[in-house]
Design a protein around this ligand. Structure first.
Ligand SMILES: NC(=O)c1ccc[n+]([C@@H]2O[C@H](COP(=O)([O-])OP(=O)(O)OC[C@H]3O[C@@H](n4cnc5c(N)ncnc54)[C@H](OP(=O)(O)O)[C@@H]3O)[C@@H](O)[C@H]2O)c1
Length: 303
């Protein structure tokens, strides 16, 4: 996608524009001079097939980046129908409509499509085995997108973090302000990833996708347990003069949750590096940038 005449082209439709990845994507597109639109739920209700069709019929766009999702992993266990409607049925309709209009669709998915028993990094074609409703509905969304629109990019990411919004980093800082001791799970391993870095990757994929289709992983490089991630967050929070609690490493068994989560959901990014030249930065640098955004006077970004 050449930025030169970008403003003269139809906008990119971004769903989930109020969420972590959607809002970062809007920012990245607009900074690159690419027109983008992010309708509210009133204008594009993902639970209503007719609303999706009507929006796309009324508003010309050149591509869809689908960031909206039901992301509450534990709540999904109790609200399976709603999770399925948002994570599986809405992408099916979006993919069918974009195919009909000859548009590419970029669809966000998750490391939680995997079961977590593989010892190494998960590759795109590794067997999936979601452990909960969230992962199952996201996997169904992937399958529907692949089936309905050959011009798709399914981007699986993980452990999304940003300066605001509902995520582990902000939960830790909130708990840390109130408590002297926090117990954090130390036997689940994954790839903490910046929403802004994902947004840059989505833009790069959109720009170079052409008319092909495929599934790629994008996460920041390296890996961590939730405990190691918490340690890094609080070491930076300490530099920023924030109250820091004592951290205690615990097992998943000691912190039961409604949804089961994979013990290992580390993703390989070799394929997106090969196909799009993307070399993600280390997760520690990405977290530092987020903390620098939150505490600009005291944490320096390495970027
Ligand atoms: N968060 C993670 O750790 C993580 C990990 C792996 C993959 N992912 C995937 O990455 C993508 C982006 O995640 P995120 O963290 O940016 O999500 P998020 O911050 O939870 O935002 C979700 C977005 O979806 C919108 N949405 C939810 N239900 C909707 C509905 N019925 N109609 C219209 N919009 C609706 C929300 O709108 P409202 O503001 O109106 O609620 C919000 O804009 C998702 O596909 C997710 O599955 C996330």
């Amino acid at each position: 996608m050449a930025s030169k005449s970008a403003e003269t082209l139809d906008p990119v439709l971004v769903t989930g524009g109020t969420g972590q990845v959607g809002s970062a994507t809007l920012r990245v597109l607009r900074e690159a001079g690419v027109a983008a639109c992010a309708p509210s739920r009133a204008d594009l209700d993902l639970l209503d097939e007719a609303s999706i069709k009507a929006f796309l019929a009324r508003n010309r766009c050149r591509a869809v980046i689908h960031c909206a999702a039901f992301t509450a992993v534990d709540r999904a266990e109790d609200e399976a129908d709603l999770a399925d409607a948002i994570n599986a049925r809405a992408p099916a309709v979006l993919a069918a409509e974009t195919a009909r209009l000859g548009l590419p669709i970029i669809h966000l998915s998750t490391d939680y499509v995997f079961g977590g028993t593989k010892p190494g990094l998960y590759k795109e074609d590794d067997e999936t085995n979601p452990l909960g409703v969230y992962g199952r509905t996201k996997l169904a969304g992937e399958t529907a997108v692949r089936a309905a629109n050959p011009n798709h990019a399914i981007i699986r990411t993980a452990w999304v973090l940003s300066a605001w919004g509902s995520n582990f980093l902000n939960t830790m800082l909130r708990l840390g302000a109130d408590r002297d001791d926090i117990s954090v799970v130390d036997d689940q391993c994954g790839c903490p990833t910046s929403a802004t870095d994902i947004a840059h990757a989505l833009f790069a994929v959109l720009s170079a996708l052409g008319d092909r289709g495929g599934t790629w992983h994008f996460v920041n490089s390296g890996s961590a347990t939730w405990f190691a991630l918490a340690e890094h967050i609080f070491s930076l929070a300490n530099q920023a003069g924030q109250k820091t609690p004592r951290l205690h490493a615990i097992s998943t068994a000691a912190y039961p949750t409604k949804a089961r989560r994979p013990a290992n959901s580390r993703l390989s990014t070799d394929l997106i590096a090969r196909d799009f030249g993307l070399e993600p930065r280390d997760w520690r640098e990405a977290v530092r940038s987020i903390m620098a955004e939150k505490f600009p006077a005291s944490v320096e970004s390495e970027q």
